[in-house]
Design a protein around this ligand. Structure first.
Ligand SMILES: NC(=O)c1ccc[n+]([C@@H]2O[C@H](COP(=O)([O-])OP(=O)(O)OC[C@H]3O[C@@H](n4cnc5c(N)ncnc54)[C@H](OP(=O)(O)O)[C@@H]3O)[C@@H](O)[C@H]2O)c1
Length: 308
């Protein structure tokens, strides 16, 4: 068995109710050979899966999140499977912390080629006028300011290489649609797409490509807390919830030379079957629904609740 294969099979990557995804059988593609990549929000969920897949694809990985034990565990798994990783405790909403993260990446590996700015947070679902100011500010601070600060310090490090690099920013389908009850999260995720387009234009001439991804429901801790997961799956055209690795592979590909002509784009994974969800959420005759017919807010409110 190669080191790369065992990276994909690192302990603790899957829970009992997760089906093994066929991607897990891929051997290293060498897609990111020689690259140094920062992954924020690498302590669990999509970020931890991405760290393993970036490392399996040949990248030296710099893991960032607030939970230092969790990122150290992911880094240890990668190292023991033959990959390269360091863990840097980071709060993406704090400029000093993010500047230190990038400096530690340079100290560890001497360069920066790629970043997956994935850290995110939400707030308790409630109509806008009832959103606590501190909850709104936290959602904006982590999702939007966090991506801004990450790019602010990552880009100069990439320019030090003589130009060239790739950044992927984590938006979400609520970054493309209005969603009831989670205004702060929606605003932050919309804002990430604007930041991405603008930064892509600013740095295209330096061959730094900057894209966003906008996944639909993905099976991480937030979604595992939802009782109506089957209904969530029904709202997805391919009738299942996505696996973290499916997002991770998309991010890794966008960071690779194979995506060399893509910048300023938002890759959507996947379109939602909102019309069907609307039927699911429709109030029964004679009975008021807690979730008035709208845009599939039940799913996204659930996501917000689980992660807030
Ligand atoms: N799961 C989905 O269905 C889905 C769908 C679309 C988009 N997304 C987006 O994908 C990203 C990852 O989602 P997930 O489901 O993997 O969520 P998750 O399991 O809740 O992970 C969130 C990650 O963000 C980190 N984080 C939160 N606040 C942070 C801060 N201030 N500084 C640094 N790191 C911070 C967390 O680490 P610490 O707590 O250790 O700091 C954790 O590693 C998020 O941006 C989310 O909005 C998720």
């Amino acid at each position: 068995m190669t080191a790369s294969k065992s990276l994909l099979e690192a302990p603790g990557t899957r829970t009992a109710d997760e089906k093994r995804h066929p991607f897990a059988d891929l051997r290293s593609s060498g897609l990111l050979n020689g690259k140094v990549a920062i992954i924020t929000g690498g302590s669990r969920g999509i970020g931890a899966a991405s760290a393993r897949i970036f490392a399996a694809s040949g990248a030296r990985v710099v893991l960032a999140a607030r939970d230092k034990n969790a990122i150290a565990t992911v880094a240890k798994d990668i190292l023991s499977a033959g990959g390269q990783a360091v863990a840097v405790p980071t709060d993406v909403g704090d400029p000093v912390s993010v500047e230190r993260l990038v400096q530690q990446a340079l100290d560890a590996y001497g360069r920066l080629d790629a970043a997956f700015n994935n850290a995110g947070d939400a707030h308790m679902p409630t109509p806008l006028a009832d959103v606590k100011v501190e909850d709104f500010e936290r959602a904006i601070r982590v999702n939007l300011t966090g991506v801004f600060l990450s790019m602010k310090y990552e880009i100069p490090a990439m320019l030090r290489n003589g130009g060239g690099g790739a950044i992927v920013n984590m938006s979400s389908t609520p970054g493309l649609n209005g969603v009831k009850g989670i205004a702060g999260y929606v605003a932050g995720k919309h804002g990430i797409i604007g930041l991405t387009k603008s930064a892509a234009l600013d740095y295209a001439q330096h061959n730094i490509r900057i894209n966003a991804i906008a996944p639909g429901p993905i099976l991480t801790d937030r979604l595992k807390q939802l009782k109506n997961r089957d209904q969530v799956a029904l709202a997805v055209p391919i009738r299942r919830i996505g696996q973290p690795e499916e997002v991770a592979y998309t991010a890794a590909w966008l960071c690779s030379e194979q995506a060399s002509f893509i910048t300023g784009a938002t890759i959507r994974l996947t379109v939602e079957g909102w019309l069907e969800l609307r039927n699911l959420n429709a109030p029964r005759r004679g009975r008021a629904s807690r979730y008035p017919v709208s845009t599939g807010s039940r799913i996204d409110s659930g996501l917000a609740l689980a992660s807030g």
